[in-house]
Design a protein around this ligand. Structure first.
Ligand code: GLV
Length: 322
């Protein structure tokens, strides 16, 4: 009898195909919305596999209620929404989708950085609002990238891809990471720096760390105060890496020049203090949202779920605590 799997939301078709081709019986959330925890439990009862998303809370309470579940593939690189300890205790295998979203996320980082530096959303709104009456010498003056310093916090796959693109803009790169990144150093002459120094020297500080107990609240009031008044903060990692209340205050008080955010502490909630500010560009968590990348993520998650259910190791296992 082939195993049953649940897919928590409609995903690109090739991902579903990879499950079906493996002979799995696939049920997909019929609605394009996040399920409540009760609904997720109901759909997952009697299923051995789950293809989930970063918006699903795969916590102990959930896992306790779905005793048939053997494997979870998350269609995301981040896995802070999964209780790995509980999964390990229950012998549930977990996989994620690293690598395939690196370029898309790096590209969005630059889109955000340029958008906030050159005030693009503000200027576009101005034009559509009928306010453009002609070229002006003082109209929408922004900040130039050339010759400035980009500070990368977390030089893993995505941080590195962001850093490699900095040369195209003539920027200097510094980075903070527990590990030396020789590739970044060699290809961009990037210098490693402690976080404090990075924040003090960067004109643009860009966050690329996973959300862990160590990185939760990494950028708080004190860290924001260390930044230059002319600097910008970019976050495409996880919202909870930044203290949003402190950021809203720093932006309001013009302690920093601006921010570009794709992620929030309590998505989809956005701190109301951010929504009213002009010097912040806010996007709805679309770092990996390209047709190419989302298709690759869906296939990767589908293939890994099929592998785990067939008793084979997935290509992208999430290391579980022992
Ligand atoms: C996106 O945020 C991801 O973790 O894939």
């Amino acid at each position: 009898m082939s195993a049953k799997v649940f897919v928590s939301r409609p995903i690109p078709e090739p991902g579903l195909e990879s499950l079906k081709q493996a002979g799995l019986r696939v049920e997909v959330n019929p609605e394009d919305r996040v399920l409540t925890s009760e609904e997720l439990v109901r759909f997952c009862r009697g299923k051995e596999g789950l293809l989930c998303l970063l918006t699903d809370a795969i916590d102990r309470a959930f896992l306790d209620q779905v005793p048939d579940l053997k494997s979870v593939a998350t269609m995301s690189v981040g896995y802070n929404h999964i209780d790995l300890e509980a999964a390990a205790e229950k012998g549930i295998g977990v996989s994620n989708t690293p690598g395939v979203l690196t370029d898309a996320t790096a590209e969005l980082t630059w889109a955000l950085l340029l958008a906030v530096a050159r005030r693009i959303p503000e200027a576009a709104r101005f034009l559509r609002g009928g306010e453009f009456t002609g070229w002006g010498p003082m109209l929408f003056l922004g900040t130039e990238l050339y010759g400035k310093t980009l500070g990368i916090v977390g030089a893993g796959r995505i941080g590195t891809a962001v850093g490699l693109r900095a040369a195209a803009f003539g920027m200097k790169v510094i980075y903070s990471d527990p590990r030396r990144n020789r590739e970044l150093e060699k290809r961009t002459r990037a210098e490693p720096a402690e976080l404090d120094r990075l924040l003090a020297e960067s004109d643009f500080a860009s966050l690329h760390v996973p959300l862990t107990e160590e990185t939760r609240g990494l950028i708080g009031r004190g860290e924001l105060r260390r930044m230059k008044k002319s600097a910008f903060l970019i976050n495409v990692s996880r919202g909870a890496v930044v203290d949003e209340e402190a950021l809203a205050e720093a932006l309001r008080e013009q302690e920093i020049a601006g921010a570009g955010l794709d992620v929030y502490e309590k998505e989809p909630h956005v701190h109301p203090g951010l929504l009213t500010l002009k010097n912040v560009v806010l996007l709805p968590h679309i770092g990996s949202a390209t047709v190419e990348t989302r298709t690759r993520m869906a296939v990767m998650a589908g293939e890994d779920l099929a592998a785990m259910l067939a008793g084979r190791p997935p290509a992208n296992p999430v290391p579980l605590p022992r």
